[in-house]
Design a binder for this molecule. Sequence first.
Ligand SMILES: Cc1cc2nc3c(=O)[nH]c(=O)nc-3n(C[C@H](O)[C@H](O)[C@H](O)COP(=O)(O)OP(=O)(O)OC[C@H]3O[C@@H](n4cnc5c(N)ncnc54)[C@H](O)[C@@H]3O)c2cc1C
Length: 528
Amino acid sequence: MNNPSIDEQIAAVSQQVDGVDDVCLVWHCRNLRTDDHPAIEYATGRYAAILPIFIVDPAFYGADGLACDARIQFMLESLADLAGQYESLGGGLTMLHGEPVELLDKLDAHVAQIVTTADPTGRYGLRRDNAVAEACDITFVDADGLRRDVPDTRDGWSDHVESYLTASIHEADGEATPIQHVDTGIDPAWVEDYYDISPDKQISRIGGTEHAVQVLNDFTGSLSEYPGNISAPTDARTGTSQLSPYLRFGCLSVRQVYQAVDNAPGSAQATEMFTSRLYWNRHYNQKLADWAGWMEQAVNPVLADFHRETHDPDRVEAWKTGMTGYPMVDASMRCLRQTGWLNFRMRAMCASFLCDLLQQPWKIGADFFYYHLLDADPAINYTQFQLQAGVDGTNMLRIYNPRKQVRDNDPDGEFIKKWVPELEALPVEYLDQPEKTPLHVQDEVGVRIGETYPYPIVEYEAARAAIIEKFEAVQAAATEALQHPEVNRRASLSQRGGTTQPTADVAIGELTDTAPEQAGQSSLGDFT
Ligand SMILES: Cc1cc2nc3c(=O)[nH]c(=O)nc-3n(C[C@H](O)[C@H](O)[C@H](O)COP(=O)(O)OP(=O)(O)OC[C@H]3O[C@@H](n4cnc5c(N)ncnc54)[C@H](O)[C@@H]3O)c2cc1C
């Protein structure tokens, strides 16, 4: 198939824009929308024309890429939708393919200025953005509620986010500043063919702002039911907003969602519960903006190699494939692989299971989640995984009991039986511990633990005692490392209205069998 070279793509752009004075190139990275887009707002009225572009960076695709095909497909759908938004404004979206620094450096010669949004990134993105800033005349617009360029980003954080969330929303206007479009030969269908994107997940959501608005409207219509739908994985699939992939690709901004929910009828409790999660979204993005290392390195240096000596590829494989002998973990991991989504509690339980009970390194699990999640957000996934794994060193004992999660959140076995069909015939009273099913019952229903479904990979009580002992051995050194101002700044949580942002959706005592003294320390305000 035709694969236009960088020079051919640049030639197509120059042919179109060289005759137009004062063109501002708007580079879309994560924010695939036109309304409430800080770079478009910045360019509107300031320049004679806007050339919106998206660069398909080969580093993200192919065998070494960190995104499953379903997520790439979702992004391509979002790009097609974005192109449609620009067409309705009288222009189009120009897509290019190649190394971003080289492309932008060459494009810079043909436009008055390059503008993009300042998005928190890991180290790859930071290196890219720094190299672009070195090579080009580029402005990073940072109107996203995050604090930058201040000595301590935690100072006044909550007020800063609140004023972002409640400020008025800019609507793109193709008449105020005309939108340019160049046909480079690259479009979403080209990317799909060139990289052979063939999703193998059961995805019910389609990317793009149009679909995001439908999902948002459906959710605001049933907002009052939200608090009761958060914990159980089956309820959550239809009862939480399902907006995360749309927020991740910026099909809607956090502010657009916040204002729609804040204005929707619903109980004050539901509104508060939901909007506080949008603050968490900003909070974890702030953490990545503060320190780009979250994707690669444990935030507490003392725990950099935690569990390296216990790394066991067989254990990791059992976790990844949903063959641990713990039905709630296995159902969750298979559901993740097949649908690209899990609710918060099941994500946290699976992370805790891998790192606490199996004693495996956090990064293996975080990368696996990141690959499979449709909403994989570097800012949220890696920080949350590290916190659940305890490698921040602040609250190391977030140990979920996967048996209790069955009793609390899947008492009828609906979720487990859907994703672990080999347990379908097992009476529900044995689903929290299938290995305890009497042999005559196993014979009657045709389930053979150890043959048709595995024995537990570890014994829960012993594994829990072992990780507590291991944590206790490093706790003092980890706490001391946290005294270092730089480590403390990275690992600490921002405050909102005097309440620290939690890392779990309920008090930890409800999640775990954690010893009472730990449970007592873990009300929502205590995650510091
Ligand atoms: C190990 C782990 C990894 C995670 N990885 C991601 C990820 O890559 N991307 C992601 O969007 N969320 C992630 N989460 C947080 C949470 O599980 C999802 O945001 C949520 O399940 C998405 O579904 P929803 O949009 O229906 O959620 P809702 O409950 O409707 O929440 C609305 C929005 O609030 C934000 N939000 C909700 N919970 C959190 C949270 N704990 N921290 C930060 N923001 C939150 C998200 O933007 C979410 O879309 C992770 C959680 C854990 C424990």
